[in-house]
Design a protein around this ligand. Structure first.
Ligand SMILES: [Zn+2]
Length: 181
């Protein structure tokens, strides 16, 4: 930090304190050459968070975009209207709490699937088939079998293939919700 009086770059901090919001630090500095004292403010810059895609491309993290993806999976499912937004916000908060500035898109996908699995199984299977490119029906069936194995309230007579069929009946994610009647 250059002295504003003589331009000397050798200055020392003589006092440093947090301001009220704790996001700003005020420092008093003194020039080593001319002893001029001046004040600097240091502020936290909201950290950038990049998503690293499978092909190595980086994109700014976009919670709204993530919420839209979750919303498509949850379309017409019996969940709270803000379920997708809340899940996206939670995912962002967890990633930011780790203090990292890059996150692989696959990690976000896993976190999204974890939440969908708890929210709604049909939504989970929809998300799986779209985001994991589970073109192979056997692979999809295995995933669903695992879901069933973990379930204690399995509906009698319902098989994993029923669930796959139910997910596939409306597999095309709409781009926007139709107006409610
Ligand atoms: Zn100076």
């Amino acid at each position: 930090m250059r002295c504003p009086s003589c331009g000397e770059s050798d200055t020392r901090v003589v006092d440093s304190r947090d301001l009220d919001d704790a996001a700003t630090i005020r420092r008093r500095r003194e020039c080593a050459t001319c002893s001029t004292r001046f004040t600097t403010y240091e502020r936290v810059e909201s950290a950038r968070l990049s998503v690293v895609k499978r092909n190595g491309e980086r994109q700014e993290f976009d919670a709204a975009k993530l919420a839209r993806g979750l919303e498509r999976a949850l379309w017409r499912r019996p969940v709270a209207p803000d379920a997708a937004t809340r899940a996206a916000d939670e995912i962002e908060a967890i990633i930011r709490a780790q203090g990292i500035n890059e996150v692989p898109s696959s990690r976000i996908g896993e976190m999204a699937m974890d939440r969908l699995r708890l929210l709604d199984q049909i939504a989970y299977v929809r998300f799986l088939s779209v985001y994991q490119s589970l073109d192979d029906i056997e692979q999809l069936k295995r995933e669903v079998d695992e879901l069933y194995a973990a379930r204690t309230d399995e509906a009698p007579g319902q098989t994993s293939l029923d669930l796959v069929a139910a997910a596939r009946r409306a597999p095309v994610p709409p781009t926007r919700r139709p107006a409610r009647r």
